[in-house]
Design a protein around this ligand. Sequence first.
Ligand code: FAD
Ligand code: PHB
Length: 393
Amino acid sequence: MPTRTQVAIIGAGPAGLILGHLLHLRGIDSIIIENHDREYVIHRVRAGVLEQGTVDLMHEMGVGDRLAREGLRHEGLYLACDGTRHHIDLAGLTNGRAITIYGQGEVVKDLIDARIATGRPLHFDASNVSVHNIDSEHPSVRYDVNGESYELSCDFIAGCDGFHGVCRPSIPAGALCAYEKTYSFAWLGILAEAAPASPELVYSVHQNGFALFSMRSPQVTRLYLQCAANEDLSQWSDDRIWSELIARLRTHDGWQPNTGPILQKGIAAMRSFVADPMRYGRLYLAGDAAHIVPPTGAKGLNLAAADVWRLSRALAEFYDEGSTAGLDAYSERGLRRTWRAQRFSWWMTTMLHRDATATPFDYRRQIADVEYLVSSRAAMTSFAENYVGVPLE
Ligand code: FAD
Ligand code: PHB
């Protein structure tokens, strides 16, 4: 196994795999080190909504064939409140920009296949991963695979290892400022073998709490309902999940999600988090390692893609021209994009969820927020341009 590379990438989630491929296309060597197995990273049920910019990036990278065939392009979505569904014409409000439904597992699978086809290293099941000398020009990564220990020297380390990874905690205390907000609620999410009852997503405000109707394919529906942050999943029988989802999503026109066997269920925590700066020495943080948004705005994977797109260009500038300008600007540009997504995700979350301390006033005000949004072209345009995402810059 090589013990030297240009860029050591920690984590084979969307951030690490997209970065590895973008660097490959620019002729830059990397090794990707992942501490779980391939099945785990492919089968983790997470994101579903890709912004226009992320879809365009997948095509530019040459990994968009299956996405083009199987992804579901959505030009609008619904916001429901008080039993009424209101349509928002995303494409009409943003000069034709749209979102595409394509599960994170599918994105990761396509990127792993592409990585393997390049012949460049991708190590699953690595343990004891640690980063060293990150404040020098000669950082290194130590890890074990198959009982062997390795020390990899490199020029740069990309910390793409998610919120619970090792990279961010390796930065000395005091060098990072962490901005954080936790919420009193979480999402209980299910995948169900049921044809989607609506061709577009439905985000619903309800007095019992938020619910979201989404999908993965013409045969599989993805649904979420707001639950307590410390919710015990074992208290949720399939019948209870369906009756709560239907109560929160059903509208007066008779629409409700189709039901079917539940294929998977889980609870996702809600958090807003920003690490500032996104860099320490030669360690660059990208994706969830640097920032977390609550999933309501569907921004996390898309932010991860934007980070590594910028990082790949900065690294190419360094290797091709010897310039550190892009690397020096990496954090500041990333933070600008992150805070924009943070604001939008927090705003959508607070508009649509019922906080444990909410009063009847708060609930009526939330309904007024949604009713204003869906009645004002200016407000819908603002919503739509944030939801479909700002282009990569
Ligand atoms: P991750 O996907 O977390 O990948 C990090 C990788 O690093 C993992 O494979 C992990 O195993 C590995 N790793 C961790 N520690 C180590 C270590 N010590 N050594 C080596 N490897 C390590 N985003 C959207 O854009 N749209 C959506 O619709 C959306 N919906 C979501 C719905 C839910 C329910 C949830 C929970 C999230 C959603 N997100 C969404 C967010 C999205 O899933 C994340 O933002 C995305 O996974 C971030 O990618 P990443 O590569 O930065 O991190
Ligand atoms: C999903 O389909 O998983 C999904 C859709 C919209 C969101 C979050 C997740 O805001």
